[in-house]
Ligand binder design. Sequence first.
Ligand code: MFN
Ligand code: ZN
Ligand code: ZN
Length: 564
Amino acid sequence: MEYIIKNGIVYDPLNGINGEKMDICVKDGKIVEKVSENAKIIDASNCVVMPGGIDSHTHVAGPKVNVGRMFRPEDSKKEIYAKKGLRTGTGFSVPSTYKTGYQYSEMGYTTVFEAAMPPLLARHTHEEFIETPQVDKGVLTLFGNNWFVLEYLKEGDIKKCAAYVAWLLKATRGFAIKIVNPGGTEAWGWGKNVHSLDDPVPYFDITPREIVRGLCEVNELLGLPHSIHVHPNNLGHPGNWETTLETMDCVKGIKAKPKYGERETIYYNTHVQFHSYGGTSWKDFESKGLEIAEYVNKNDHLVVDVGQITLDETTTMTADGPMEYDLHMTNGLKWANCDVELETGSGVVPFIYSPKGPVYALQWAIGLDIFLNIDTDKVLLTTDHPNAGPFTRYPRIIAWLMSKKYRDEWLYNKVHKWAQQRSHVADSDKEYDLYEIAKVTRANQAKVLGLSKEKGHLGVGADADIAIYEINPEEKDGKKIERAFRYAKYVLKRGELVVKDGNVVKEVFGDTIYVDVKVDESLEQEIMKDLREKFTKYYSVNLDNYPVTEEYANSWKVIKIDAT
Ligand code: MFN
Ligand code: ZN
Ligand code: ZN
């Protein structure tokens, strides 16, 4: 199938195209120089054309998401999705899998990364991917509380640790190294937590600093496409901004050496909004968003995603087990907790971010403080779906960023006054333009994930993942901006028309992308010996039954790396 997208205004930051009227040609799933006369014409006059959106951090598949679904029937009753020709679905903050894929597609998103996979339960994540249509998928494997990692790093054996990481990524078909509350989730197994970068983990006697630095070195030794992806210690606690800055700083000096892709950074701080809190309690809680933005602006080794609060009722879920316990004690709502043997843990708690709550209004403003003051090459738009709000609110966040008028309507009329009094949102006149929106929802993601050759741009050779929105680039009406980005005019996925006028018109199934890193054979044999021993001694499963097998995807896309 060939298409020519005519007369659209194109925003493609990776190729430096900022609002030029031009045609885009598509053939056999790729963007090409030109097409034949038989190509179907898509009229994009009065529309904006962007590469397909990429979500580098969202929770959409796997055991904790499924706990969220089962545990919140009140959420599933909220939104019924029933459209002709499509699978039905339910759920507002924890939508069912088909609804998840359809709604990302309606918004022009074409690639989605699940942000936290417990290795032992990898199959569950991939099973749900099989049932998530419309998007390419990948998943980050959890490493920051894993016994093998803690022991190898404690012994100072970076090479063995790297060989183990390579093995586990392949065994779980994971894409990158995820670190959640390094050491803290393991400590939670002892009813404890860690509270600073140098607070030792019980029994293992290793510190979060050693875990983060060690895994960062491992990441670059292996040359993975993405950098380490970190949820630091002390999430959601007043005063945590200092831990955040220390963690960012602790990897400085390690060089980016990706063997695939064009990443230049070595550290990705996720949902940084939850980590930019000043004060000593909820009573004197204040924004440190500017301080965090300033650090990021001054340093080139990192990027952040925001985790913007959307002020909705939602479901929080994370591998940060102790943090969810704290949250449950704070809001008094129900709580689920799980330990995953030798590897990680998790918690799930509903949360109502009421706009009239002083703390929640300020959390909202802190996210905006970061967005409005940070270098837009170094920030990514997320809600840490569903932790700070559902991904279906991305269009509203875009409206807050593009229109000061709309933002001020919320700041002065809808949210508690702490947002004005204790943040800097009122002082900022910054308005994102569409080029910057394309960066924070596409280009920056593709680059930091190491996928900027094939994704996040519209140059010849890229995947033909394309979103077309009916919007005037000068638009300042928040409702109109939100509507335009919520329901794309057209979306192409791998060169097929999948959305028209905001409706999914074709169901497609993307690839699941993972990395397969080859390491030195003798090293691999050594770690296999350790694996056999520990599996026999501690695991409730057999090593041979552990790896995810070939049938667990609609189609795999393997990124092969030679790290010997
Ligand atoms: C990440 O996983 C991830 O993370 C993220 O809820 C997550 O009530 C999961 O205990 C949170 N509130 C207060 O203390 C507020 C202060 C209160 C007070 O008691 O003094 N003040 C007021 O009410 C103001 C009154 C005056 C006024 O100005 O109106 C706390 C409480 C809370 C706080 C609760 N914290 C948690 C936040 C953290 C992390 C959410 C989610 C989190 C989820 N990833 O007339 C007048 O003007 C009167 C003025 C009022 C007065 O003084 O009385 C995974 O992967
Ligand atoms: Zn997290
Ligand atoms: Zn998350």
